[in-house]
Write a protein that binds this ligand. Structure first.
Ligand SMILES: [Zn+2]
Length: 322
């Protein structure tokens, strides 16, 4: 059994400009590394690829750490800690923010939520911004829109889910982009280019991580749901991501892996990946890896599924290994 853990923001939240960002506090990351070191055996991506081909057997309680979205947090805080402990992680940066210094809408939404006084005010803003567009497109009324988009999730209350869903999927793409840009100006009020340089890793940082043995994989060019794209669009996303990997590694890496943005994929995605000899795919399904019958669909745990304190007792996910 293999445990793959997924991380996003990891930072000193308490002392940051955006303490309300939903991320992992740095001490908690240290605590979780202590916990994992006590109960698991860290493996690197290459070993997992070899195991998926039946070439090696992973040690008992094998654990792989994965870091999504290419945040500069991963260079500043994660990289030194992994080096110190001799751990090799796998990192999945979307390409566009790194190369074009733009902020992805999904991250703008996080900073809008972290900057706004409360989600209630944001929801009012959203309905207000939608009003002038009601003549152009057929939209359900406000209550119905709320009902359609607010919902349950593992980690967020319904109002937050509403803001995230309506801005991520609940409206036509052009309208979502317009709303997110306006809300980002209103609530975050930062120059996007400068903000992107602070928020994301640079190519130079990624190259340094590669030289130190960290693995970098494909997370799409512009971080869109693969299952919402045409075959041509998916092909472009994958091929631009692969040429970015070429650049980071100085050659096409022999084995490469993908982590699906938002966990989204469809039959076309899997076929395109197979045609390009993708070794492994990481989803957002919450489970342990019990076998490699579908190497392109490996499940992961979220950091929040595991204790964040080195002294904590083995939790349910750890006990399942026994
Ligand atoms: Zn992502």
């Amino acid at each position: 059994m293999l445990t793959i853990v997924m991380y996003h923001y990891i930072r000193n939240l308490k002392n940051s400009s955006y303490p309300r960002i939903k991320g992992l506090q740095l001490e908690d990351f240290d605590g979780q590394l202590d916990y994992l070191q006590r109960h698991y055996c860290f493996v690197e991506l290459e070993q997992v690829i070899a195991a998926s081909r039946n070439r090696v057997e992973l040690p008992p309680n094998a654990c792989l750490l994965t870091f999504d979205d290419g945040f500069s947090d991963h260079y500043e805080y994660v990289f030194p800690r992994l080096k110190e402990r001799g751990i090799k992680g796998a990192f999945y940066p979307p390409v566009k923010p790194v190369l074009e210094n733009t902020v992805l809408d999904v991250h703008k939404i996080h900073f809008i939520l972290a900057s706004a006084e409360n989600p209630g005010g944001l929801i009012k803003d959203i309905f207000e911004l939608l009003t002038p567009h009601r003549q152009e497109i057929d939209l359900p009324n406000d209550d119905e829109l709320y009902r359609l988009n607010a919902g349950k999730s593992r980690f967020d209350p319904p109002e937050i889910i509403f803001v995230k869903r309506i801005l991520q999927v609940g409206l036509p793409e052009w309208l979502r982009n317009t709303l997110v840009a306006e809300l980002f100006n209103r609530h975050v009020d930062r120059d996007e280019n400068e903000f992107a340089r602070e928020l994301y890793l640079s190519s130079e940082q990624l190259k340094e991580m590669v030289r130190a043995g960290m693995a970098i994989g494909v997370h799409g060019y512009s971080h869109r749901w693969f299952n919402s794209l045409t075959v041509e669009e998916q092909t472009t996303e994958l091929d631009l991501s692969l040429s970015f990997l070429n650049d980071l590694y100085g050659k096409r890496p022999e084995d490469w892996t993908v982590c699906y943005p938002y966990g989204g994929y469809n039959e076309d995605t899997l076929r395109l990946l197979e045609e390009r000899n993708c070794a492994l795919g990481l989803t957002a399904r919450v489970a342990l890896v019990e076998n490699y019958s579908t190497p392109l669909l490996l499940p992961r745990l979220d950091t929040n599924d595991l204790p964040k304190n080195g002294a904590a007792r083995a939790n349910e996910w750890t006990l399942r290994l026994r």
